[in-house]
Design a protein around this ligand. Structure first.
Ligand code: SF4
Length: 78
């Protein structure tokens, strides 16, 4: 479980999901709390609002933050 479990979530109602979201993005993380799910972006180091989660689920390959993250990772390896 990520450290997010201990994090305080301010205004949880704008982040909470009734289903466990899934994304092919390697920077996508999900935590469960009190029966609700919260999606988190490891690049932005922040929770993803409910209204934006579908982009991470369906359009993650085109996400500019993901591109930045991958570029950073490839730079870190060389
Ligand atoms: S915002 Fe982009 S990088 Fe972050 S989890 Fe969603 S798809 Fe991945």
């Amino acid at each position: 479980m990520s450290k997010g479990f201990q994090e305080k979530i301010v205004f949880p109602e704008i982040y909470s999901l009734s289903y466990k979201p899934k994304s092919g993005c390697e920077f996508f993380d999900v935590i469960e709390r009190n029966g609700s799910y919260f999606a988190k972006c490891k690049i932005l180091d922040s929770f993803i609002t409910r209204s934006k989660v579908s982009k991470c689920e369906n359009l993650w390959m085109d996400c500019p933050y993901r591109r930045l993250g991958l570029k950073h990772l490839s730079g870190a390896k060389s």
